[in-house]
Design a protein around this ligand. Structure first.
Ligand code: GLC
Length: 429
């Protein structure tokens, strides 16, 4: 079940940290897709030092970004655990020069700041000998030459015993994560697509996880048994049903890839964030730290810039719900919890006025949130005796605009009331 804190959080920071940062290549997929051998991929273990990893610094940056939760890759599809797991020696404590339980340090620092603790855990493990033991849904594919040896048996023979052992292994690792690091608020699964709900032993698996913390929130990647939707990289156009979170990279990579210079600008990131919250969702913004634990300056600057914008516009972000339909206002908006304030997000420089249609309430005051400047408005048209409101024109000049996204606060008489009809013929005057 989704807890209230999640819907109020608005922003989370995703962290893809792992040995793939040593060579600066794609997390796990690089060996799965044959761009590097598994052996060479694993050589990165020797270069993973985490020597400048300072969880308190990360927590500080996350707090400054305005995020209320963090989600760290405890283990990606490559199977390398960032904690001292007893169930496999493929972990950074035993196999890398880092020799530290990074999850312990992360969990402590995040919890200390009052940020909600999230853990990404890959259900699939392309390095575990028991993992490639069955096929998706138990169906042996016709063309065995196309089978990837890291995810399924190449000979067409399934081994249910091995698969059971693998599920046991996942359960054990998850038990460690859920019991050794204080209260975990959110589990972010990934990779459910390689097996069916039945093969993942759902819904029992979910009940097992909830037995450690009944309040835990679980993302959607659990073959229909998750608590909220997780669109990835492509921003939704239609509001997803129920609680949701949009996860996105800052450049084009989840992990640290120095060759990837496809950075989004701060303005674009702020805009994406506004698109999420005005449609009632959260944004989970990813950073990919370098192997030593340092966050690339360009990613750090984005987090700080976003945080600065949020802190200036705090009341339009937190404690609000999704806004009015774009038929009323051609931009984003949010509404205060008491429904007495409407926040209009202005993305472009205004020509003369901002146009708002269908508002039935009287407006008591309009201010530009970042400057406090009061704006004038006029109302034209409307048919009062049919309760059809006129069009509100708010006078705003480019000088009133914020350098990124401007927010106008409309203080209303009573609770927000929008007219949604198709108009009427004015039969008498
Ligand atoms: C995809 C990828 C993975 C990444 C994740 C983040 O599912 O498998 O590499 O961690 O998206 O959402």
């Amino acid at each position: 079940m989704v807890q209230k804190w999640f819907e109020e959080a608005k922003l989370g920071i995703f962290i893809h940290y792992g040995i793939y940062a040593v060579n600066g290549i794609a997390e796990s997929w690089s060996f799965y897709n044959g761009r590097i051998s598994h052996e060479d991929y694993m050589k990165q273990l020797d270069g993973f030092t985490a020597k400048n990893f300072d969880a308190a610094k990360w927590a500080d940056l996350i707090e400054k970004s305005g995020a209320k939760y963090a989600v760290l890759t405890t283990k990606h599809h490559d199977g390398v655990a960032l904690w001292d797991t007893q169930y496999s020696d493929l972990n950074v404590v035993q196999k890398t020069p880092a020799k530290r339980d990074l999850i312990k340090e992360y969990a402590e620092a995040i919890t200390k700041k009052g940020i909600k603790l999230g853990m990404y855990y890959s259900l699939i493990d392309w390095s575990h000998p028991d993992y490639p033991s069955v096929y998706e849904g138990g169906k042996v594919p016709e063309d065995l030459s196309k089978v990837n040896k890291f995810s399924s048996p190449v000979d067409g023979v399934q081994d249910e015993e091995k698969w059971k052992r693998f599920l046991e292994f996942n359960n054990n690792q998850l038990k460690e994560l859920l019991t050794n690091y204080g209260k975990v608020d959110l589990l972010w699964f990934d990779g459910d697509w390689e097996r069916s709900a039945e093969q993942w032993n759902l819904p029992e698996f979910k009940h097992y996880l909830q037995s450690f913390n009944p309040d835990i929130i679980i993302n959607s990647r659990l073959q229909g048994h998750g608590d909220y939707k997780t669109p990835e990289q492509g921003i939704p156009i239609t509001r997803p049903e129920g609680p949701w979170e949009f996860c996105t990279t800052i450049n084009s990579s989840w992990g640290y890839q120095p060759a990837d210079n496809e950075y989004k600008s701060l303005k674009q990131i702020i805009r994406m964030f506004c698109d999420c919250i005005t449609m009632g969702g959260n944004m989970l913004l990813d950073i990919g730290p370098m192997e030593d634990g340092t966050v690339d300056k360009r990613q750090e600057d984005i987090l700080l810039g976003l945080g600065k914008w949020i802190s200036t516009h705090e009341e339009a972000v937190y404690n609000t719900t999704e806004g009015i339909h774009t038929r009323y206002y051609l931009g984003g908006s949010t509404v205060s919890k008491d429904k007495k304030s409407l926040y209009l997000f202005v993305y472009d420089d205004p020509k003369e006025c901002i146009c708002l249609k269908g508002l039935s309430n009287k407006i008591n005051k309009i201010t530009v949130l970042h400057s406090g400047k009061e704006l004038d408005h006029e109302i034209h048209g409307g048919v009062p005796w049919f309760n059809i409101p006129g069009t509100t024109w708010i006078y705003m000049t480019p000088e009133d605009a914020h350098e990124h996204v401007t927010v106008l606060k409309l203080e209303l008489e009573g609770e927000l009331d929008m007219y949604g009809g198709s108009g009427a013929v004015v039969t008498h005057n």
